[in-house]
Write a protein that binds this ligand. Structure first.
Ligand code: COA
Length: 238
C-alpha cells in the first residue's frame, strides 16, 4: 500500500480530525505532504495538529474559486469529525469543485481489523484498534474511532460516526447521519434511526426513531436533534 498516494487533500478543517488523518495517511501510504482546503473560517482551538515530519498548505475554498490554483483533487478525505458536518463538506466541495464520492480515499489504520466479508464505501476512516465484524455493510463517509467495534451483520448508513470505544452488537442498524457517543453499547438487533445523536455511555436496549438526541441507561429519547435541523437548512443553501 505504501506510496500509493503521495499527497492527500483534506476538505474542511478541525485540528482533532486533521492530526488523526495525516498520521494515518503517513502510516498507510507514506504520505508526508498535505493540502487542506477550509470551507468556513471557524475559530479553532490553537492546538498542534501536524507532526513535525509532515507538512501542509492551507487554502480557502472561496479564494480558490476566485483564483484557481493547481491542486490535484484526485485523492481527498474529510477533515472534520461529526456526522452532521460531513454531508455539508461533501455537498459543498461537490458543487463548487466537482469532487465526487470516488475521490474520497478510505483510511484503514493498520491496527484496525475489517472482516473480509464486510463491505464499506468510499471515505471510510477506521481509526486505530477499531473492528468491523463479518457481513457488515458501511456506507459512504463512515468514521469509526479508536477502539470502537461494529458487530456482525450490522448496517451503517452514510456519514455514521462511532465515537471512541462505542460497541455495536450483531444485526444492529444505524441510519444515515447518526453519531454514536463515546463508550455507547448497542444491544443485539437494535435499529437506530437516521440523524440521531446517542449520548456518551448510553446502553441502547430498544429501537430509537429518526432525528432525536437520546441517552442514558437504558437509552431514552430526550428531544429532537436540533444539530440536524441546522444541517438540513445549510444543505438547502449550498
Ligand atoms: C447527548 C449530548 C449530545 C447531550 O448534550 P446536551 O444536550 O448539551 O446536554 P447537557 O450537557 O446540556 O446536559 C443536560 C443534562 O443531561 C445529562 N446528560 C448529558 N449527556 C448525558 C449522557 N450521555 N448520559 C447521561 N446523561 C447525560 C447532563 O448530566 C445534564 O443533566 P442535569 O440537567 O441533571 O445536569 C452529550 O452530552 C453527549 O453525550 N455527547 C456525546 C459526545 C461524544 O461522544 N464525544 C466524543 C468526541 S470524540
Amino acid at each position: 500500500m505504501k506510496n500509493k498516494i503521495k499527497e492527500l487533500v483534506i476538505l474542511g478543517f478541525s485540528p482533532g480530525s486533521v492530526c488523526n488523518i495525516t498520521e494515518a495517511a503517513y502510516e498507510l501510504f507514506g504520505c508526508t505532504s498535505f493540502k487542506i482546503i477550509k470551507n468556513i473560517d471557524v475559530q479553532e482551538k490553537d492546538v498542534p495538529y501536524l507532526h513535525q515530519s509532515l507538512t501542509c498548505t492551507i487554502y480557502d475554498l472561496d479564494s480558490i474559486q476566485e483564483n484557481p490554483v493547481n491542486i490535484n483533487l484526485q485523492h481527498v478525505h474529510f477533515g472534520v469529525n461529526h456526522s452532521h458536518i460531513r454531508p455539508i463538506i461533501f455537498n459543498e466541495f461537490n458543487k463548487k469543485l466537482g469532487i465526487d464520492r470516488e475521490n474520497y480515499v478510505s483510511l484503514i489504520h493498520p491496527t484496525s481489523h475489517i472482516s473480509m466479508s464486510s463491505d464499506y464505501k468510499e471515505g471510510f476512516f477506521a481509526e486505530p484498534n477499531s473492528v468491523v465484524s463479518s457481513f457488515s455493510e458501511l456506507g459512504f463517509g463512515v468514521n469509526i474511532k479508536r477502539g470502537s467495534s461494529v458487530g456482525h451483520h450490522c448496517k451503517l448508513g452514510d456519514y455514521v460516526t462511532l465515537n471512541p470505544g462505542a460497541i455495536l452488537s450483531g444485526f444492529v442498524n444505524v441510519g444515515e447521519g447518526t453519531e454514536i457517543g463515546t463508550g455507547v453499547s448497542v444491544l443485539h438487533e437494535i435499529s437506530i434511526g437516521k440523524n440521531c445523536m446517542i449520548g456518551a455511555g448510553s446502553v441502547v436496549t430498544r429501537d430509537i426513531p429518526d432525528g432525536v438526541v437520546a441517552y442514558g441507561n437504558p437509552c431514552k429519547v430526550i428531544r429532537k436533534n436540533e444539530r440536524w435541523e441546522k444541517t438540513k437548512s445549510l444543505l438547502k443553501q449550498i
